[in-house]
Write a protein that binds this ligand. Structure first.
Ligand code: GLU
Length: 445
């Protein structure tokens, strides 16, 4: 079996040259799959793993737009529709200058397993563009989004493919994208895109869901080890919705977040992050974190920029892929970290993950830990389909139940496959089994 998996990986690398992040995400999943295929030869006979690694459809398109000076700009747009065995393609859009086809494929691949873990009827997809919204005016962002949607609209729909946000795509961008979709199609199909505003088809808790869910997952993981999140010190990297609402939920559960970061600065605030100030600086003013330090007595910029050098009980990487390296993991372990929980997608490098798990640190992989965002997107789709709107409290209760169930499912699968407490294994096994079984049932398509 090991030979077969190695061959599969070599072939995938040959056929998808230069897509390192995609190779990394597939390598991580394949490392868990051997024992599953040995137990389920019928899945292997149907070549489900080969089929899962090949996206159903990949769309690459030109996105021309005009900047505020009348200059014509060209970006590249992507939508990779990875797998629709369990439901319509579902996953966010990322606008960031670093986005390539390989980035979108890694994200779409991860999304397929993550969405399966939620237990909701969701396929997996991801999209985006190498557009940088930073420093762009509202008008420029709107024109970019309209141009992007002028191509994307023909590929999406509530039964086909349902985009949402990711890095660089928040409620402002979702509004412009949905507006253009509505205009072109002449239909108010709210269920075609999620992450909408509450007044125009959106759902309560969607903004908070990824961060909240990550912390709920962390609490469950700690409880399973007889530990309590209450009273723990934490560091949370990133300054988007995931990080900010992870900090909010951690504080609600009695933990204290003492370090946070954005793409240029890391901050240590021993008294605990002032969330109102952080929201004001990052969500309202879209300013740098140095603004936070200027206004908050007792906080300081961490000199070498390394958020992971602050001693904490729990670290939550919530910024972006490959942000927590082996050297960071070493420092965290030396400082006695008890848990690392991923709010971003694939933020921990493979050698860092190995070091943490080998050192007995509880490790919550993104596919399971950050699935609350897309799960709440599915709740938004339910509300759109039934012309209903649920309260914040009810929606949060649903999210909490979903996170507990994801935790329990991964925990049980890890134990069944002989490595109790290994959530990487548990998440990969459950995600793979759910997608594979549906693929077998649907025939060779
Ligand atoms: N981009 C988010 C994720 O990584 C959310 C996707 C969605 O809601 O469709 O899961």
């Amino acid at each position: 079996m090991a030979d077969r998996i190695a061959e599969l990986l070599a072939e995938l690398q040959r056929r998808n040259p230069g897509e390192e992040e995609f190779h990394q995400s597939v390598t991580e999943v394949l490392a868990s799959i051997g024992p599953v295929l040995s137990r389920h030869p019928e899945l292997d006979r149907h070549r489900t793993i080969e089929r899962i690694c090949e996206p159903e459809r990949q769309i690459i398109f030109r996105v021309p737009w005009t900047d505020d000076h009348g200059e014509i700009r060209i970006n590249r747009g992507f939508r990779v529709e990875f797998n629709s065995a369990l439901g319509p393609f579902k996953g966010g859009l990322r606008f960031h200058p670093s986005v390539t086809l390989g980035t979108v494929k890694f994200l779409g691949f991860e999304q397929t397993f993550k969405n399966a873990l939620t237990g909701m009827p969701l396929g997996g997809a991801k999209g985006g563009a190498d557009f940088d919204p930073k420093g762009r005016s509202d008008g420029e962002v709107m024109r970019f989004c309209q141009s992007f949607m002028t191509e994307l609209y023909r590929h999406i729909g509530e039964y086909t493919d349902v985009p949402a946000g990711d890095i660089g795509v928040g409620q402002r961008e979702i509004g412009y994208l949905f507006g253009q979709y509505k205009r072109i199609t002449n239909r108010y199909e709210a269920g075609t895109i999620t992450g909408k505003g509450i007044e125009w088809g959106g759902a309560h808790v969607r903004t908070e869901a990824t961060g909240y869910g990550t912390v709920i997952f962390a609490r469950e993981m700690l409880n399973a080890r007889g530990q309590d999140i209450e009273g723990m010190s934490c560091s949370v990297s990133g300054s988007g919705n995931v990080a900010i609402f992870a900090i909010e939920k951690a504080h609600q559960l009695g933990a204290k977040v003492i370090a946070c970061s954005d793409s240029t600065t890391a901050v240590h605030d021993p008294a605990g992050i002032d969330l109102d100030l952080l929201k004001q600086v990052k969500l309202v003013e879209r300013a740098r974190l140095t603004e936070y330090v200027d206004r908050r007595a007792g906080s300081e910029v961490i000199p070498d920029g390394g958020i992971w050098s602050v001693p904490v009980d729990m670290a939550m990487p919530c910024a972006t892929q490959n942000e927590l390296h082996e050297a960071d993991a070493k420092v965290l372990v030396a400082n006695g970290v008890k848990a690392v929980v991923e709010g971003a997608n694939m933020p921990t490098t493979p050698d860092a993950t190995a070091l943490l798990t080998d050192s007995g640190v509880a490790f919550g992989p993104a596919k399971a830990a950050n699935a609350g965002g897309v799960a709440t997107s599915a709740l938004e789709m339910q509300q759109d389909a039934s012309r209903d709107s649920w309260s914040f409290g009810y929606t949060e209760q649903r999210l909490t139940e979903i996170m507990k169930s994801i935790h329990r499912t991964c925990f049980d699968a890890a134990a069944e496959y002989g490595d109790p407490g290994n959530y990487v294994l548990g998440a990969n096994v459950v995600g793979f089994l759910r997608v594979s079984r549906a693929m077998v049932a649907l025939g060779v398509i």
